[in-house]
Design a protein around this ligand. Structure first.
Ligand code: GTP
Ligand code: MG
Length: 230
C-alpha cells in the first residue's frame, strides 16, 4: 500500500458511504494504492457497522471500533498505529474535504518534494463554502492563535498527508481536535506543501464542536507554545 487514509468518525453514517465511494474512485483513477482506515468511537448511529458493510463492497477498508474511548486526535493516532503504509493521511468524514484532491496531496510526498502536504483553505484558490460569518471568524481567530507555532497558512486543516518518518519516535498529545497542528509543531520534517481546497460545510449530521473543544484547543495551543519555547 502506498497510503493509508484515516477517517475518524462519530455519527457519520449518512456521509461515510458517499465519501468512501468518492475516495475509491479517485484511487482507482490515479493508480494510487490506498487503504482506508475508519476509526469509529462506537457511534450510536452505528457508523462502524456501515463501515464494515462498505468493506464488503470495496474490500480495502479497515474498521477500528473503539469502545469506551472518545476523541478526534486519539482516534487519528490509533488509525496511524493500525497502518503499515509509508504515507499516512487524514480527512473528515463529513464531506467537507474533497477526496478528488488526494492525488495532488500524495504526489509531492511520493516524489520527495514534501514530507507533509495540507489541504488548505487559506491560500490562493482555497475557499470555505457556506460557513456562517461567526464560524469563519472563530476559525480565523483559532488560526491566528497558532501563528507563531508554524508558518503554514492553514495549520488547523483536518485534511493532510505525511511521510510516516515525520512522527516516528515522537510523542504526540492524543488530546484535542487538532492533531495536524500537533504534528506540525512536534514532527520531524523538511518541506511542507499546501494545496488549495474548497472546504464545504457538512450537509448531513451534527457538528462535534463544542465549548469544551474550544477550551481544550486553547489549552493545547498554550502547551505547544511552552513546548516550542523550552
Ligand atoms: N472517532 C472519532 N471521530 C470524531 C470525534 N469527534 C469528531 N470526530 C470526527 O472528526 C471529523 C471532524 O469532526 P466535525 O464534527 O466535522 O468537526 P468540524 O469539522 O470542526 O465541525 P463541523 O464540520 O461544523 O461539524 C468528523 O469526521 C467527525 O465524525 C470523536 O470523538 N471520535
Ligand atoms: Mg466537519
Amino acid at each position: 500500500m502506498d497510503i493509508s487514509i484515516v477517517i475518524p468518525t462519530y455519527n457519520e453514517s449518512e456521509n461515510l458511504p458517499i465519501l468512501i465511494d468518492r475516495i475509491v474512485k479517485v484511487l482507482e483513477q490515479s493508480g494510487i494504492e490506498g487503504q482506508i482506515i475508519v476509526v469509529d468511537d462506537d457511534s450510536p448511529d452505528k457508523t462502524w457497522e456501515i463501515a464494515n458493510d462498505l468493506n464488503k463492497t470495496y474490500g480495502n477498508i479497515e474498521v477500528v471500533r473503539r469502545q469506551g474511548k472518545r476523541g478526534l486526535s486519539s482516534a487519528v493516532l490509533d488509525g496511524f498505529t493500525e497502518s503499515g503504509s509509508p504515507i499516512l493521511g487524514v480527512m473528515d468524514a463529513d464531506l467537507s474535504h474533497p477526496p478528488e484532491k488526494i492525488p495532488e496531496l500524495v504526489e509531492p510526498i511520493l516524489n520527495r518534494e514534501a514530507d507533509i502536504t495540507i489541504g488548505s483553505r487559506y491560500i490562493n484558490s482555497g475557499e470555505i463554502e457556506q460557513w456562517p460569518l461567526m464560524r469563519k471568524l472563530s476559525s480565523k481567530l483559532a488560526t491566528l492563535a497558532a501563528c507563531k507555532l508554524t508558518s503554514v497558512k492553514d495549520p488547523m486543516s483536518g485534511f493532510f498527508f505525511l511521510r510516516r518518518e515525520v512522527i516516528e519516535n515522537i510523542e504526540l498529545n492524543p488530546k484535542g481536535f487538532k492533531i495536524g497542528l500537533e504534528i506540525l509543531v512536534r514532527g520531524k520534517y523538511g518541506n511542507v506543501i499546501e494545496v488549495p481546497i474548497k472546504f464545504r460545510d457538512r450537509i448531513y449530521g451534527e457538528t462535534k464542536l463544542s465549548q469544551k473543544v474550544i477550551i481544550d484547543y486553547l489549552i493545547h495551543v498554550t502547551r505547544l507554545y511552552i513546548y516550542k519555547i523550552f
